[in-house]
Design a protein around this ligand. Structure first.
Ligand SMILES: CC(C)(COP(=O)(O)OP(=O)(O)OC[C@H]1O[C@@H](n2cnc3c(N)ncnc32)[C@H](O)[C@@H]1OP(=O)(O)O)[C@@H](O)C(=O)NCCC(=O)NCCS
Length: 141
């Protein structure tokens, strides 16, 4: 019997998840990983998915529905296991999660210099959008 490698994050995954994000250069000084993990657990409209081989976490993806669009963050695939469909499985599961909530469209942000992620998302049918992203921190005075 085969076990589904994609499941929801568990607290015991924490160190492996953060290490994978660091390996994949997804951490930034202004994003506290524990804060990001915690906030994704608070609402039923967001999820942090992991791809695991037994106890070993080798992929992650965060997804959330804001009532209009579904957004994906923290896509990571262990460098030693790339090309084996880990990221595809995670994105497909996130799409199922969003679709189940009635979300009509999934979107994501990729740095324009990240050719690997752009190539990957191209392959999965994610089209370039004619938008500019702007942001404002809400947790400062
Ligand atoms: C992008 C990334 C997640 C891909 O992970 P992966 O597990 O190797 O991807 P998969 O094996 O599921 O690939 C799925 C498809 O995308 C294609 N693909 C994967 N990487 C690609 C790349 N660099 N360029 C073009 N296509 C790519 C695969 O060939 C495959 O297509 P196929 O099955 O039709 O041949 C991985 O390179 C990664 O973790 N990068 C660092 C973190 C990062 O930048 N995350 C994105 C932040 S926005």
């Amino acid at each position: 019997m085969s076990t589904d490698p994609v499941r929801a994050y568990r607290p015991a995954d924490r160190d492996q998840v953060v290490a994978l994000w660091q390996t994949c250069d997804l951490t930034r000084p202004w994003n506290d990983p524990d804060g990001d993990i915690g906030r994704a657990q608070v609402t039923s409209t967001s999820v942090l998915l992991v791809h695991a081989d037994g106890d070993r976490v080798n992929g992650t993806l965060m997804a959330g529905y804001d009532g209009h669009r579904g957004w994906m963050y923290y896509l990571a695939s262990d460098p030693a296991s790339r090309g084996g469909g880990i990221a595809r499985a995670l994105v497909h599961r996130a799409e199922d999660f969003l679709r189940d909530q009635g979300c009509p469209k999934a979107e994501l942000m990729v740095r324009s210099s990240n050719d690997a992620a752009l190539g990957f998302y191209d392959r999965l049918g994610y089209e370039a959008q004619d938008v500019v992203v702007r942001g404002k921190w809400l947790n400062t005075n």
